[in-house]
Write a protein that binds this ligand. Structure first.
Ligand code: FES
Ligand code: FES
Length: 240
């Protein structure tokens, strides 16, 4: 039955939006209801600290679609009928971290942490909306709207590399070579000699960045499969 209530789901929980909140952005609403993992950085779409994932239902394809959006730019009522997933909705230390969160932590991709929820949600949205593992280029592109003042980005990119198609990995260890036997630069993916110089300068037994951590999955945390924990698209919203 058709209802004139303005309904959203936030992290799997149904919420009716009261009238009179047209002055609020989605970010203000989320923080007002206690979900303060989503940060206010610039407030104008430039930094990605406020990134959340919204899902809506496509009646033509009968599939849910997932997008990362800047919550600071979205008027609250613009997400009516959608499912909003914030960083609190995908994992925490009690329930177990989501693999996206865990690999970022293990690869030291978070320092002050202010940008971290935004990076996590951009990567999460890419994974939810990809039918197959993304390429490294797609991963870098999906993070283009996220700024980090601390890490220099390299640990973040390295962390998320574990989600890339394995046949697309530019390098797998510090002695990567192309078919001509030439070393591949871990930064640019192009042939160069920087790795040889780096190896000569640093302890050459140091593992490469992709080997410094090994992400574990939900299976290892509590025996449940990863898919069992993923928030589904609320059936009610398919009818609206
Ligand atoms: Fe910077 Fe939203 S707070 S993009
Ligand atoms: Fe501090 Fe990214 S970890 S801004």
């Amino acid at each position: 039955e058709w209802s004139d209530e303005a309904v959203v789901y936030v992290n799997g929980v149904r919420r009716v939006l009261p009238d009179g909140l047209a002055h609020l952005t989605l970010l203000q609403y989320l923080r007002d209801i206690g979900l303060r993992g989503t940060k206010l950085g610039c407030g104008e779409g430039g930094c990605g600290a406020c990134t959340v994932m919204v899902s809506c239902y496509d009646l033509t394809t009968k599939k849910s679609l997932h997008f990362a959006i800047n919550a600071c730019l979205a008027p609250l009522y613009s997400v009516e009928g959608m499912h909003i997933i914030t960083v609190e909705g995908i994992g925490d230390r009690q329930r177990g971290l989501h693999p996206v969160q865990e690999c970022l932590a293990k690869a030291h991709g978070s320092q002050c942490g202010f940008c971290t929820p935004g990076f996590v949600m951009s990567m999460y949205a890419l994974l939810r909306s990809s039918k197959e593992p993304p390429t490294e280029e797609q991963i870098e592109d999906c993070l283009a709207g996220n700024l980090c003042r601390c890490t220099g980005y390299r640990p973040i990119i390295d962390a998320f590399r574990v989600f890339a198609k394995t046949d697309n990995l530019v390098y797998t260890n510090s002695s990567s070579q192309n078919t001509d036997g030439q070393a591949i630069c871990p930064s640019t993916g192009k042939p160069c000699s920087c790795q040889n110089e780096a190896d000569a300068n640093v302890n050459s037994s140091l593992p490469s960045s992709v080997e410094r951590y090994s992400p574990c999955s939900y299976n290892e945390i509590d025996g449940n499969s990863y898919d069992d924990k993923e928030l589904i698209f609320p059936p009610e919203l398919q009818l609206r």
